[in-house]
Design a protein around this ligand. Structure first.
Ligand SMILES: O=C(O)c1ccccc1NCC(=O)[C@H](O)[C@H](O)COP(=O)(O)O
Length: 274
């Protein structure tokens, strides 16, 4: 199974990381870093349209191979920012997504938006590393973590100012996550992609969002590519969407953001550079 392969690779990567990474030193460095930017807040009260947008900087994927050959993460991030994305997701996994921690660092320097480190977190060192790279949030995938790990990682993340996007794909995972004490800044991500078969269906959001109590923000992730999809997702009560491949395949990324998401409703809150 592909997800098992990815997790096996992460075990190797984190074992290597453990050889040199000091959590105490990381905490010391983080204590003098600027505060994080409130990832969850930007997707709820602070969103710029009726639906929040996490726009993904994604070069390749296990399901689709190379998606964007002319990949310039900083240019893409700046385009997303100018088009009014609320937050960005930057893939840092190298072997399967051709991402990099260096891309996250470079994007952090270039844009003001809150950033999600998109990777497969299985070890708390990756959470400290995310903060050092400039992330404002981490992804915690229920399919590869125990509820105890999710709880503990969410706590670690919160202790260093990071929000958590907790990703589920099944009723069982959703129930387990909802049984946890969710920290302020926790978002539920419903992945429309089955991470074992790679099939996507927005029915995942339709079905699973019904289980989420009012007040817990839901982000619908993956396989979103049309205004019809957005209409469908609005009716599920999702607060926002995470979109990668659709934008990455467009020549004019900014136009694609505007077409998919509709006009900006909070013009004043768009942070442009200059
Ligand atoms: O994208 C994949 O092929 C994939 C395969 C295995 C595990 C995770 C995978 N994707 C991670 C994601 O969650 C997506 O990059 C993200 O939700 C955006 O999805 P999309 O808009 O479909 O690119």
């Amino acid at each position: 199974m592909y997800l098992d392969r990815i997790v096996e690779t992460k075990r190797e990567e984190t074992a290597k990381l453990a050889e040199h990474f000091s959590i105490d030193k990381a905490i010391e460095t983080i204590s003098s870093m600027p505060a994080t930017k409130g990832f969850a807040q930007r997707l709820t009260a602070g969103k710029k349209r009726d639906m929040g947008l996490i726009a993904e900087v994604k070069k390749a994927s296990p399901s689709k191979g190379l998606i964007r050959p002319d990949f310039n993460p900083v240019e893409i991030a700046l385009t997303y920012e100018e088009a009014g994305a609320d937050c960005l997701s930057v893939l840092t996994d190298a072997p399967y997504f051709q991402g990099s921690g260096e891309y996250l660092k470079a994007v952090r320097k270039a844009v003001n938006l809150p950033l999600l480190r998109k990777d497969f977190v299985i070890d708390e060192r990756q959470i400290y590393e995310a903060r050092l790279l400039g992330a404002d949030a981490v992804l915690l995938i229920a399919a590869i973590l125990t509820p105890e790990q999710i709880s503990s990682f969410m706590k670690t993340a919160a202790s260093i100012g990071l929000d958590s996007l907790i990703e589920v794909h099944s009723v069982e995972e959703m129930k387990q996550v909802l049984d946890l004490e969710l920290y302020d800044g926790a978002l539920i991500g419903i992945n429309n992609r089955n991470l074992h078969t790679f099939e996507t269906s927005l029915a995942a959001t339709e079905v699973l969002s019904k289980l989420v109590p009012a007040g817990v923000p839901v982000i619908s992730e993956s396989g979103i590519s049309s205004t019809l999809d957005m209409e469908f997702l609005r009716k599920t009560g999702a607060s926002g969407v995470l979109v990668g491949e659709y934008f990455m395949r467009q020549k004019d990324i900014a136009a694609a953001v505007h077409n998919l998401m509709g006009p900006l409703q909070k013009e004043g809150s768009v942070h442009l550079h200059g």
